[in-house]
Design a protein around this ligand. Structure first.
Ligand code: ADP
Ligand code: MG
Length: 354
């Protein structure tokens, strides 16, 4: 064989082998939780993958109903008298209260009365909430008014146990006790800053139980990946620049989650001021300390909470918080456009290619 011919065949072989390394990927999308959700599964068994994806979407739908704003959701049924709650709501509340505690209330799921006054779907001319109503609603916001108690089997009245428990230490503790929740008068929960991330984790759990080992669930930027992509490499996730039509960065994820909170997702601009959906519980108005926050964490629940929490905390205090937490990394775009990256970011971030 002549040398050029040999080279030709060698080249064909290389292309063929790399082609073979790409495993079949099955991808489905659906509109859920007010956003586009995509599930990708890498599997040789198309039928099994399809079934797993179907079950994962059903789980997302179940969590959406359980945690949403609709009348059938659990939060909308909570009030002053203690009510039994599901293990799912318990997990979300434990995590939320822990991070409220850690952030001095920057993240607070009792923000409901305030978020109810803001309408980011309205048409021009935009209207701001009336100041007196906003202040009245703000006085009802305080996560310390969320009382969680566990019923003791001995028949002793429920004991209020929670608020200062480290969520990261207890989250895997199994328990089949029945928990109850009561809210201070007038209080209303809004799980908008946490439910999507939690739902992504639940969907991943369903995929794992169905035998899937390589998958990605993306609920409008709240993402979790398991195993490798169809290319036999970590999953590559492009993070949108909050102000420009380009990627801020491309992350490589393997068995990790990522979530982004930004002021460009739901907003309106009135008299040159941008009003968006991430509210500072100290003022009742949109937080101004960041443009976007991307968090990488072991679970999407934590990534989702922390993206919102760091956004409200602002770029300086927010980055301190990220650095303080083990296993958490982040990228913050500050109000003037400066991009601030946490110290361990190079471990998970690749480069700026598309
Ligand atoms: P998205 O839902 O667009 O992904 P986030 O995860 O940042 O964005 O969540 C924003 C949502 O969280 C708001 O729409 C609202 O429901 C809720 N929220 C707003 N401010 C706070 C806050 N300070 N603490 C907890 N939840 C909040
Ligand atoms: Mg969030």
């Amino acid at each position: 064989m002549k040398i050029p011919n040999l080279l030709f065949w060698l080249l064909i072989e290389v292309v063929f082998i790399t082609g073979c390394q790409k495993e079949p990927i099955i991808s489905r999308t659906s509109f859920l939780m007010d956003t586009l959700v995509e599930i990708k599964v890498v599997s040789q068994d198309r039928k099994k993958a399809d079934e797993a994806i179907k079950a994962a979407f059903a789980e997302l739908k179940r969590i959406e109903t359980l945690m949403g704003q609709g009348p059938e959701s659990e939060p909308s049924q909570l009030g002053e008298s203690p009510q039994e709650i599901s293990p799912e709501l318990l997990e979300v509340l434990k995590a939320s209260i822990w991070y409220s505690e850690l952030t001095g209330g920057r993240f607070d799921v009792s923000i409901g009365p305030v978020t109810k006054l803001w309408d980011f779907k309205q048409e021009e001319p935009y209207e701001l909430p009336a100041e007196d109503r906003l202040q009245a609603a703000l006085s009802l916001v305080n996560y310390k008014g969320i009382k969680l108690a566990v019923e003791c089997s001995t028949g002793v009245p429920p004991v209020v146990l929670l608020s200062l428990v480290n969520y990261r230490e207890i989250k895997h503790a199994a328990g089949d006790e029945q928990w109850q929740c009561a809210l201070k008068p007038g209080m209303k929960l809004d799980l908008g800053g946490v439910a999507k991330g939690y739902a992504v984790d639940r969907a991943i759990d369903v995929l794992l139980k169905k035998g899937v080992t390589q998958a990605l669930v993306n609920a409008g930027g709240d993402i979790r990946a398991i195993g490798q992509s169809h290319k036999g490499k970590p999953w590559r996730i492009g993070i949108q620049h909050p102000r420009q039509d380009k990627m801020l960065t491309v992350l490589e994820l393997k068995d990790l989650a990522v979530a982004t909170s930004g002021d460009y997702e739901r907003f309106f601009i009135k008299d040159g001021v941008r009003y968006h959906h991430i509210i500072d519980p100290r003022t009742g108005y949109p937080a101004t300390g960041c443009i976007s926050v991307t968090i990488i964490a072991p679970t999407c629940l934590e990534a989702d909470i922390l993206a919102t929490a760091v956004f409200v905390a602002g770029h300086s205090e927010g980055m301190e918080l990220i650095e303080q937490l083990e296993g958490i990394e982040g990228i913050i775009v500050a109000p003037e456009g400066e991009v601030i990256t946490s110290s361990g970011m190079s471990v998970v971030s690749s480069n700026n290619e598309r």
